[in-house]
Design a protein around this ligand. Structure first.
Ligand SMILES: [Zn+2]
Ligand SMILES: [Zn+2]
Ligand SMILES: [Zn+2]
Length: 342
């Protein structure tokens, strides 16, 4: 019997299609294998082919820009979705509303090594990426034009990556996106009824039942949500309540790096190197949401296509029950986690 399940945060219904239940091997997909490129603007030596760098982490003692000896670079997107210069100039257009397309669109080049991924690079390098997210959020937060900073990654062509070289992206927005608002409002509603954080309650309940837990460490819990839109949708949540990613205590980033790397390796093993997206869900930058919101990272392997029904209804049909998804990930054996020496 298929099941309609409601996400307690957003109120969004999904259909868990148990009849057509899919195991990992049932999905037809393109593997997200990295290919060496004849020319790559993100590879060392080609620094001049990107817009001037905003931030870089280097190990050498002289951190000059010309120095190709970097571990991570942040540069403006060469083809930005939004432009950084100018005023918002909010206007009515008859009954409609508009403003200038102001925003920051940045690319975080995760490693100088074209063929390395978040799953194979040393934990310290993954941690550096998380620090870069934090550094950029703290900087962009000072710009009063922006309301939200969306950090995300497209890995593999099927997930929207146009360049193979491992990178994440960040877009600072002068608006609050609808999906963010839905989650915030849902969490706020729950808090005003119960005076508890809904994410903390989810963590508590899932920790007890254990059926949807995929992995755990001291600071983080990774689970398949009760009503996931996508097969193998996976959330990493900090155990300690905090609404804003960038306000996390500095000790947390190492364990988040370990958890992210572990989960990606599990997904690679279970789903045969899938393309995936991850999105950081964190507080809007100009609001204090700390009573009721709880930041987290959502990872979505690219296994299904959305079609007319999803487009029309916003109701997703998910062919893999989250309990099964979590069980596969939990059971992944990881003798293959190779630590590349830095
Ligand atoms: Zn490259
Ligand atoms: Zn919480
Ligand atoms: Zn979320």
């Amino acid at each position: 019997m298929p099941e309609l399940r409601k996400d307690p945060i957003t109120g969004r219904w999904v259909i868990i299609s148990t009849d057509r239940s899919k195991r990992p091997s049932d999905f037809s997909r393109e593997r997200a294998d990295l290919k060496s490129a004849s020319f790559c603007p993100f590879c060392p030596g080609n620094e001049a082919k990107t817009p001037p760098e905003i931030l870089a982490y280097r190990t050498g003692e002289n951190g000059r820009q010309s120095n190709a000896n970097w571990n991570l670079r942040v540069v403006p997107n060469k083809f930005p979705a939004l432009r950084i210069e100018g005023d918002l100039d909010r206007q009515a257009d008859g009954m409609f509303d508009k403003m200038n397309g102001i925003g920051a669109h940045e690319v975080i080049i995760e490693t100088p090594n074209h063929m390395e991924t978040l799953a194979t690079m040393p934990v310290k390098r993954v941690e550096d990426l998380l620090w870069a997210f934090r550094d950029r959020i703290l900087d962009l937060k000072q710009d009063r034009r922006f309301k939200y900073i969306m950090v995300f990654k497209n890995h593999g062509e099927a997930a929207g990556a146009s360049l193979d070289h491992p990178h994440s992206q960040l877009i600072a927005l002068p608006i609050l996106p609808k999906q963010v608002v839905e989650e915030l409002e849902g969490a706020k509603r729950y808090f005003s009824n119960k005076e508890r954080c809904i994410f903390c309650d989810i963590i508590r309940q899932e920790s007890e039942s254990r059926i949807r837990i995929a992995a755990e460490n001291q600071d983080f819990i990774t689970l398949s949500p009760y009503a996931p839109r996508y097969p193998f949708e996976t959330w990493i949540l900090p155990r300690r309540h905090e609404s804003a990613f960038e306000n996390s205590p500095s000790t947390l980033y190492e364990n988040l790096a370990k958890m992210l790397r572990l989960v990606l390796n599990k997904a690679i093993q279970v789903l045969d190197n899938p393309a995936y997206n991850f999105v950081l869900h964190t507080s809007p930058i100009q609001e204090n949401t700390n009573d009721y919101y709880h930041w987290h990272l959502e990872i979505i392997p690219k296994l299904t296509k959305t079609a007319g029904f999803e487009l029309g209804s916003g109701v997703y049909i998910n062919p893999t029950p989250p309990d099964a998804g979590a069980r596969f990930l939990r059971g992944a054996r990881l003798e293959e986690v190779v630590v590349v020496q830095s």
